[in-house]
Design a protein around this ligand. Structure first.
Ligand SMILES: Nc1ncnc2c1ncn2[C@@H]1O[C@H](COP(=O)(O)OP(=O)(O)OP(=O)(O)O)[C@@H](O)[C@H]1O
Length: 645
């Protein structure tokens, strides 16, 4: 099928007339004759009309507001529509608003098939593919597709048919030969096609694509646009933003919508652009690419007044004078498409989107099971989150074991052991927290895309990441603890070891949750600065440098809010509490007296103002902190997902 697309790309794109106007583009033969994606249910085409659609942003306190765009327009089904304009014209903003991604600050009407848009229903029939490819790089093309199919296809499509659907889509998009390739190793064009393939699984009626050709070479650009054309010819409404296309590529679009400074300069058939320019008194020079010329006009290169003339000429998008004869064209196209696919297109087909009242295609349980499978594959292959994390725990464990060799049962080395306990605490906190801060913002991007396109609910996503993190954290923590505990000769009692390990796991999980909070709210750069900085007060209040009894009165609240304090107190309790017997004191080299200050553990506990019997309470409090933090990440994530919109 790659051949088909390549063939289509090479097919005659319509000849250009002497005045630069495009002659009717010859339909790409390969596309017109190929029978593609017949498995997909045929659904009522969608027309989107928008009136007085405006988006206003606040410029900050007492700085007033700024209107970014105010436009009108109509996008018809079975058409490939290009939104064009200079940088900053408002193309992405318009796409964000029309797709329903941006909702706050938006006024005006969006009508879908003549009825006011119901955003939930609209989202069930559309998809939005943003500019950056947000894909799971560790999964192969096939795995990405299979898991997406499980999430996006309802029970009405039997599982046995999933592979046939996937094969068809991959075949159409020229990705069949790359099905075993990991996504991270695909080229830019292949990634773009995979992004489209993933959204095609549930046959959206409307597809919004933000700059799908940016970063692609001319051949990949041509393939991508041909593919979009093919999808439009199947009855979908395909709207995409594009930067200055070549003349031949421009001809591929059925309809163009030109924006400048948030207003519409032209909307109508691609072929009517040149006549329109002549009508408004800015004729396109001979042998000039109309796409280039209109962008020059939109940039104001031919005079600022021309922009106003063009906005008036199209009545800011209200005028439909330059449209193709829509009803005839669409009806004809649908008939020929029906003939081609050997199906009967009924005038009023029931839309899947209407039948399925839930936002997601599959049940909550199914979403979790698919997300767990996907997470498991990623964990198995992840070099940083799994392999390196385990390796670092082993290496640091060994280093600490060597440095604090046999310090745990030695009365003369209690202070060394105290240092070791604090170091272990910081190790658990920093490694997990920073790893999450560095990796979660990337996950957030994927979550944003998949959640908006209704792959799964936030609830199932959040539950799955909570479950997935547990085994890795527990294994890494246990390996580290066993190494350090044995090498530093801590008391060999199951209860003490159990409490020690329990405290370690809870500290790891709390630190991870703090990382999630920071990673969800801030970028990698800000998070990398904020997370360690915010951890300093936690360390300060842990009771290590300044003992709890020496804290000034006005800071006495501090240790109560520091989870590290409960961690340290729990460690000390597990090692020196539980009525630990007198410690042995070896002769100290270089000292001529045998005074051993911390021979009695109670003496040490008294000096650091910690109660050795508080470890059960510490476990409980850490558990409560973990629960509260985990529960508060969910609404924050939710807020973050919707805040940008
Ligand atoms: N929150 C905001 N505050 C102030 N200005 C904003 C805000 N959001 C968008 N803008 C402005 O709105 C204009 C349109 O932005 P948009 O990203 O839609 O442009 P674009 O046409 O897609 O540009 P490009 O092709 O470069 O991506 C820009 O001038 C941008 O600076």
């Amino acid at each position: 099928m790659e051949a088909v697309i390549a063939e289509a790309a090479a097919a005659p794109q319509g000849s250009r007339q002497a005045n630069g106007a495009a002659a009717p583009a010859a339909a790409p033969t390969a596309l017109a004759t190929s029978k593609t994606l017949p498995h997909l249910p045929k659904r009522e085409p969608v027309e989107v009309k928008f009136q007085d659609l405006a988006y206003t942003v606040s410029l900050g306190f007492r700085k007033g507001q700024k209107e970014i765009i105010r436009v009108n327009g109509r996008f018809c089904p079975s058409q490939l529509i290009a939104i064009m304009g200079p940088s900053g014209a408002g193309k992405s903003t318009l796409l964000d608003i029309l797709s329903g991604y941006r909702i706050s600050g938006v006024t005006g009407n969006v009508m879908v098939n003549g009825r006011p848009r119901n955003l939930d229903r609209f989202r069930r029939m559309s998809c939005y593919i943003q500019q950056d490819d947000r894909l799971h790089s560790l999964l192969t093309v096939q795995e990405n597709m299979s898991l997406a199919a499980e999430l996006k296809l309802t029970r009405a499509v039997p599982r046995a048919e999933h592979q046939a659907i996937i094969d068809e889509i991959l075949n159409t998009l020229g990705l069949l030969d790359h099905r075993g390739t990991r996504t991270g190793q695909l080229s830019g064009g292949q990634k773009k096609r995979l992004s489209i393939a993933l959204e095609l699984i549930n046959n959206p009626l409307l597809m919004f694509l933000d700059e799908p050709t940016t970063g692609l070479d001319s051949s990949s650009t041509s393939q991508c646009v041909n593919l979009l054309k093919l999808l439009a010819m199947q009855g979908r409404t395909i709207v995409c933003t594009i930067h200055q296309p070549s003349a031949s590529l421009f001809d591929q679009f059925d309809h163009v919508y030109i924006l400048a400074r948030g207003s519409c300069l032209y909307q109508g058939s691609t072929k009517q652009l040149v006549p329109y320019l002549s009508t408004v008194g800015v004729p396109c020079p001979k042998y000039h690419n109309p796409a280039d010329f209109v962008i020059e006009l939109a940039c104001g290169e031919h005079g600022e007044d021309k922009i106003n003339t063009m906005v008036a000429g199209t009545d800011n998008g209200k005028s439909q004078r330059w449209f193709e004869n829509q009803s005839e064209v669409v009806a004809e196209r649908r008939k020929s498409e029906a003939r081609r696919l050997s199906v009967e297109l009924l005038p009023n087909m029931t839309e899947l989107a209407e039948i399925n009242t839930s936002m997601q295609a599959v049940s909550f349980g199914k979403q979790i099971s698919v997300l767990l499978t996907r997470g498991y594959i990623k964990i198995k292959r992840d070099q940083t989150m799994t392999h390196m994390r385990l390796f670092v725990n082993v290496i640091v464990g060994l280093l600490l074991g060597i440095l604090f060799w046999q310090a745990g049962d030695e009365g003369s080395r209690v202070l060394d052991n105290w240092n070791l306990l604090f170091t272990i605490l910081i190790h658990h906190m920093m490694t997990t927290m920073m790893l999450t801060v560095l990796t979660f913002p990337t996950e957030m991007q994927i979550l944003r895309k998949e959640h908006f396109n209704r792959w799964y609910s936030l609830k199932s996503y959040y539950m799955s990441i909570n479950i997935l993190e547990l085994p890795v954290s527990i294994v890494c923590c246990t390996v580290f603890t066993v190494i350090v505990y044995l090498m530093s000769a801590q008391p060999l009692e199951w209860v003490r070891f159990g409490v020690f390990l329990g405290i370690s796991i809870l500290v790891v999980l709390v630190a991870q949750t703090v990382g999630l909070l920071v990673g969800a709210l801030f970028s990698v750069v800000n998070g990398t600065f904020l997370a360690p900085t915010l951890s300093v007060p936690m360390m300060m209040f842990a009771g290590f440098g300044v003992s709890l009894k020496d804290m000034p009165d006005y800071l006495k609240w501090g240790p109560y809010v520091s989870y590290l304090r409960y961690g340290l107190e729990g460690y000390v309790g597990s090692i020196y509490g539980r009525n630990r017997t007198t410690l042995g004191c070896a002769d100290q080299p270089g000292k001529d007296f045998s005074y051993c200050h911390y021979k009695y553990p109670t003496k040490f506990l008294k000096e650091i103002s910690m109660d050795g019997e508080m470890y059960v309470m510490d476990l409980i409090i850490l558990g409560v902190i973990l629960l509260v933090l985990r529960l508060s990440v969910y609404p924050l994530l939710r807020w973050k997902l919707f805040a940008m919109r």
